[in-house]
Ligand binder design. Structure first.
Ligand code: NAD
Length: 384
């Protein structure tokens, strides 16, 4: 296959971790005979410094001419001044909106070898394997009016939470489809006790469940979901929720795995293909990124964990290109490196053979050549 990938490293550790994903993709290309062409462009704070825009037109054109996007992270203290009208985060928000990426899929899987890195007791998390499907282009982050102003009575600010039934239906449908290919349990999370948008969310989800009678649907309030994720996370298979709840609950889920550095994500504009085929060219590309941010506290020190980014590249191969075996090979290489005791600082718990970002990237890329694999992540691999 000849594939064009837009690589947008962004700020902080973003470029550091995406560079390791490129190494691993190159190793995949060599083993399986694929040609990957990478086109890079600035985004986020770096792009603001260079062009005054968090998503320059040239970068957007690169994205539109590619088959998929591998994204790093944006943001950092340099651009944190609330008075600045353009923020690095505008770059990723605009990308999601322009590409219509309404479904953000965030798998949360516990590696048994890393169970000691989790702040939770091992018996609570040993069987955890769930996916959060977060609505990504609506809700509070995009609703208008959105502004801050001052009048004679003082300062005021408003954000708007609005959803249409179409926006709810399309993302909940993705979640039902996913659940159908996994353990057939779907938790829909809302705050219907206090919010109109949540009451609509629950109504639309219940109506759609008639089409998916083989999937067990549970409605859960967001507060309870936050509690269950840390007390009883193995009950979950697929969770679907609106943008802000999904943002918060998926970061909480990341922590139970032990580190933000281990969790990938995919942002899609349609349900994942079910036939194992590459998405047709000409459509808008999907975007793959680690769930972590730019980690300014460790940026430039060469110690960031690149595995979330590398696992995002595996999701890209599987879901945008239908390259199942290649994705399995990446996941197996990471699994074997961890089993052999190789660690980055964030997952070391004071033990293991601790390596820097580039060293661990080399180690994982090196294993691609020889690794053997079965379908290690069966429930997710079953998607295509
Ligand atoms: P963060 O995810 O950047 O960092 C949280 C903590 O996790 C930090 O202690 C960091 O060192 C650690 N961490 C994160 N990724 C790691 C990795 N790969 N390896 C090892 N440790 C890792 O979240 P934050 O500190 O809240 O945000 C920092 C900046 O990132 C902010 O400007 C925020 O707006 C931005 N951000 C961007 C995105 C994105 O681009 N999609 C997402 C979240 C946050």
């Amino acid at each position: 296959m000849d594939l064009r990938i837009a690589v947008l490293g962004g700020d902080g550790i973003g470029p550091e971790v995406t560079a390791e994903s490129v190494k691993v993709l190159d190793a995949i290309g060599r083993r399986y005979g694929h040609e990957f062409t990478y086109i890079t462009g600035p985004v986020g704070g770096t792009a603001i410094d260079m062009t005054g825009s968090a998503l320059p037109a040239d970068t957007m054109n690169i994205v539109l001419g590619s088959d998929a996007v591998l994204f790093g992270a944006v943001g950092g203290p340099k651009w944190d001044n609330p008075e600045i009208p353009i923020r690095p985060e505008d770059g990723i928000l605009k990308l999601r909106k322009n590409l219509g990426l309404f479904a953000n899929l965030r798998p949360c899987k516990i590696y048994p070898q890393l169970i000691d890195s989790s702040p939770l007791k091992p018996e609570r998390i040993q069987d955890v394997d769930f996916i959060i499907v977060r609505e990504l282009t609506g809700g509070l982050y995009f609703g208008k009016p959105k502004r801050k102003w001052e009048n004679s009575r003082g300062r005021r600010a408003v954000d708007t939470l609005a959803y249409t039934e179409k926006e709810i239906e399309r993302v909940v449908r993705v979640a039902f489809e996913l659940a159908r290919r996994r353990r057939k349990v779907l938790h829909s999370v809302d705050k219907m006790n206090v919010m109109e948008t949540s009451r609509l969310w629950r109504e639309v989800t219940s109506e759609l469940s008639v089409e998916f009678h083989d999937v067990e649907l549970h409605h859960m309030l967001a507060d309870n979901a936050a509690i269950q994720i840390v007390t009883n996370p193995s009950v979950f298979d697929v969770i679907v929720t609106e943008n802000m709840f999904g943002d918060i609950l998926s970061d909480e889920s990341a922590v139970i795995g032990g580190s933000m550095g281990m969790l990938p994500s995919a942002s899609l504009a349609s349900a994942p293909p079910t036939d194992g085929k590459k998405r047709r060219r000409g459509g808008k590309p999907a975007l793959y990124e680690p769930i972590h941010g730019s980690a300014p506290d460790i940026a430039g020190r060469g110690i960031a964990n690149p595995m979330a980014s590398i696992l995002s590249a595996a999701m890209m191969l599987r879901w945008s290109f239908g390259l199942q075996e290649e994705a399995d090979a990446i996941e197996a290489s990471i699994d074997s490196a961890i089993s052999d005791g190789y660690r980055t600082v964030d997952i070391s718990s004071g033990g293991g053979n601790v390596m820097g970002t580039s060293q661990i990237g080399d180690m994982i890329a090196g294993r691609i050549r020889t690794v053997s694999y079965t379908h290690l992540t069966l429930p997710t691999s079953d998607l295509v």
